[in-house]
Write a protein that binds this ligand. Structure first.
Ligand code: ZN
Ligand code: ZN
Length: 399
């Protein structure tokens, strides 16, 4: 069978925009390369889910995972993204470093836009309370991941992050009557209060205060998730897979599916300039692997900003970086994990366009946009139909 490059333009789907004369960013963008992919393949329109999906949900649905059965929660995905290796039964959280005053009121949810929480994470990492181990790792800037490891833990506990400055840090509460939830909430609260004192006393914070910076003295947690491994992509599809993503959530998703993360060599770290580098990295990876997942984030960011012209320009930028793909002789899929309409500045459940290019079939569509792809021969499909269609068109016999 042919090799497969699966490109996700995060949130690229949109609704008609006033500033674009009632068209979507994809409809007005000049995209000769995406249009060529449409001409050389089959198009359709994918319904990701009934409710507006989060990115992690949209991705897992596209890759054929049943969310009800396999969605691990945001915490484990973020933890995998910062490089924590999870074990079955771990409870993982998204965390961030904040500044609180002596009454435990949140003064700054990002600890004065701290550059790194590394010394704090190192200091608290590995702490044990009543036989439960706490693993803490720094992510980007104020972001961190926290994992609780031990017997009898539950993710049915509430967030300690009130999501608003000027409010007090919340105590985590059990969300059901189980002993496991009570235990987990109690130990988490104890850990958060111990680390608060520990951080306050650290010389790094004395120094921050002396330099009129806000101390990094409180971890806030949310998105608890109980980790159980999900079926590896390789077992599901008999494909050796790699991924080329930025950091965080998308890297975590790739890792949890068992994909090999490839570093985009020559990347500048700026998601908006690294597209060609990501594509060539994926092409190189596909010499060794059967399937490459490539994630491009910018489209979603412009959607959240409500910047229709910016989104159009970004799509054109993606398109301009695509000529490198002409020398790739495998199947190329381009689609999205959800729509992020500029008018909503948020995700929606609107269907997303898909092209499966250079496989066994062609249709008459010659343009990559929501409206054009909807007329393609794939028609309106569900997220779970995507991988079977891709495998069929790539000539796989593992169906
Ligand atoms: Zn997304
Ligand atoms: Zn988004």
């Amino acid at each position: 069978m042919r090799k497969i490059m699966f490109i996700i333009l995060d949130g690229v789907g949109d609704k008609p925009c006033k500033e674009l004369g009632g068209k979507t960013p994809l409809e007005v963008a000049e995209t000769p390369n995406l249009d060529r992919l449409a001409r050389e393949g089959v198009c359709g329109s994918v319904r990701i889910s009934e409710k507006p999906p989060e990115s992690d949900e949209g991705h897992l649905a596209l890759f054929g995972y049943n969310l009800k059965k396999h969605y691990p929660g945001r915490g484990p995905i973020e933890a995998a993204g910062v490089g924590l290796t999870l074990q079955r039964g771990d409870v993982a959280f998204r965390a961030n470093m904040a500044t609180v005053d002596e009454r435990m009121i949140i003064v700054d949810r990002r600890a004065g836009r701290i550059e790194t929480t590394e010394p704090f994470a190192k200091k608290a990492n590995g702490m044990e309370i009543d036989g439960v181990k706490f693993l803490l790792k720094a992510g980007n800037a104020h972001r961190m991941a926290l994992v609780m490891r031990g017997p009898g833990l539950s993710d049915k506990i509430s967030n300690t992050d009130p999501h608003e400055e000027g409010k007090a840090v919340l105590a985590s509460e059990p969300l059901d009557g189980s002993d496991n939830a009570k235990l987990t909430a109690r130990l988490l609260n104890e850990f958060l209060s111990k680390t608060h004192e520990m951080f306050d006393a650290m010389p790094e914070n004395q120094e921050r205060i002396a330099r009129k910076m806000k101390p990094a003295n409180q971890i806030l947690t949310r998105g608890a998730g109980y980790y159980r491994p999900i079926p590896p992509f390789k077992n599901k599809y008999k494909l050796k897979a790699c991924c080329v993503t930025g950091g965080g959530l998308y890297l975590g998703l790739g890792r949890l599916m068992g994909m090999k993360p490839l570093e985009a060599i020559g990347a500048t770290g700026d998601a908006k300039t690294d597209i060609q580098c990501k594509l060539t990295t994926a092409m190189r990876g596909l010499k060794q692997y059967d399937f490459a997942y490539v994630h491009i984030k910018g489209t979603d960011i412009f959607g959240h900003d409500g910047d229709a012209n910016g989104k159009r320009r970004f799509i054109e930028k993606v398109d301009r970086s695509m000529p490198v793909l002409h020398s790739f002789d495998g199947v190329i899929v381009v689609t999205a994990d959800h729509s992020t309409p500029c008018v909503l500045k948020d995700h929606s459940s609107d269907p997303v366009p898909i092209v499966i290019s250079r496989g066994l079939e062609r249709d008459r569509i010659s343009r990559f946009s929501e409206s054009a792809c909807a007329l393609g021969s794939l028609g309106r499909i569900e997220a779970r139909d995507v991988m079977p269609a891709v495998l069929r068109l790539a000539g796989s016999t593992n169906l």
